[in-house]
Ligand binder design. Structure first.
Ligand code: SAH
Length: 351
């Protein structure tokens, strides 16, 4: 395993920062673009592979810099092969998970933004072990890079919906998005990136001002604060109204339609009266609602709504001309939902 010393995390630098870094070391700034290409296009994991740099420069870089690499611990594939789950080990031994989903429109990767999570949502496996640490921009990027390297397939879409609350790791998240969409790097379109948040109002407003074209998804999961507080402790800090207002501001600033996620829990948030109340609240907003049958986790006794109730819920919303889809479940046979695979790995190894 790699031991991180006090070295520069070179994969988290943008081209300008890389130039400054080189100049400070007495190297020439035009090398920045070459190094950036090795790291973010050719996806090398060793300075020794950067063959168009002099041996001297490569050795110098090795002394002062460090290339973040995630180590594959396990890979599981769902029966049809459409979903693969990757468990990675970080330099300090921490474990994270990422998911690759193959759709007809391209490959989508779901990445983690933190190791563990502070938000404590009642139905989420990531909440159980608590928070460990933030991921750096390079650790978020390398989930995608490793998956491209391992599968040999290009990733076209990225969703930040794995473990963690991305807006609780705001600066690293924004840096990651800029690196991922840099035309000198993997050059993924901003429009193909979705960031999901449990609703940190002030950070949603900050994100609206970043001049990015990414999609914002708000985890709503309830039609009112009373129900929302039963499922999401964060709703005590930020009420639903202010989170939705922040999303409206995001739409005004970016022109990007908002997605609301709504995980359906039997008897808690899936009744017809909930659908009516939700319709009343989001009517007139330029939004899309994703209904997700909640993935039951063994530590909690929440049950998934029955399909007939989900369909009924959808019909009610559609009567009010609200865009709504039922998200199909992928990879439940390999614990693909939100922190479950990492959790079962940690349980096994902690004996
Ligand atoms: N912290 C962010 C992003 C990570 S969770 C957020 O809250 O949005 C990504 C999405 O999966 C969220 O909508 C979350 O509420 C949902 N989720 C978590 N566990 C789930 C489960 N067991 N079943 C269904 N959805 C779940």
């Amino acid at each position: 395993m790699c031991v991180k010393m006090n070295k520069i995390d070179i994969k988290s630098l943008n081209i300008e920062e890389m130039k400054d870094f080189l100049v400070k070391q007495g190297d020439r700034p035009f090398r920045a673009k070459q190094i950036y290409e090795w790291l973010h296009v050719k996806l090398v994991s060793d300075f020794g592979d950067m063959t168009n740099l002099s041996k001297q420069l490569r050795e110098h870089l090795k002394e002062i810099g460090e290339i973040t690499n995630l180590y594959l611990v396990d890979k599981l594939e769902s029966k049809g092969g459409e979903t693969s789950k990757f468990l990675f080990r970080l330099w300090d031994g921490k474990i994270l998970e990422s998911v690759l989903m193959k759709y007809h429109h391209g490959n989508s990767v779901c990445i983690s933004s933190q190791v563990g999570c502070k938000m404590g949502c009642k139905f989420c496996a990531s909440a159980i072990g608590g928070f460990e640490r933030n991921l750096s921009p390079s650790e978020m990027l390398d989930q995608i890079y490793q998956i491209q390297r391992i599968t040999g397939e290009r990733v076209s879409n990225v969703v930040v919906m794995g473990t963690g609350e991305p807006l609780d790791n705001y600066d690293n998240l924004v840096k990651f998005i800029r690196l991922l969409t840099d035309e000198n790097g993997l050059n993924i379109s901003q429009r193909n990136i979705t960031v999901s948040t449990c609703g940190l109002e002030d950070k949603i407003k900050d994100l609206a001002e970043e001049d990015l074209q990414i999609t914002l998804a708000l985890s709503l999961h309830a039609p009112n604060d009373r129900v929302r507080r039963q499922l999401m402790p964060v709703a005590e800090r930020y009420d639903m109204e202010s989170a939705i207002k922040a999303c409206e501001f995001y739409y005004e600033k970016t022109g990007r339609r908002i997605t609301f996620e709504y995980s359906m829990v039997e008897g808690v948030n899936d009744l017809p009266e909930h659908a009516l109340e939700l319709a009343g609240r989001v009517r007139g907003l330029n939004c899309h609602i994703n209904l997700i049958p909640v993935n039951p986790i063994k530590e909690r006794n929440y049950r998934q709504s029955e399909m007939k109730n989900i369909l009924n819920f959808k019909n009610i919303l559609e009567k009010y001309r609200i865009n709504v889809t039922i998200r199909r479940e992928m990879g439940t046979d390999i614990d693909a939902a939100c922190g479950q695979l990492r959790k079962s790995y940690m349980d096994k190894t902690s004996d």
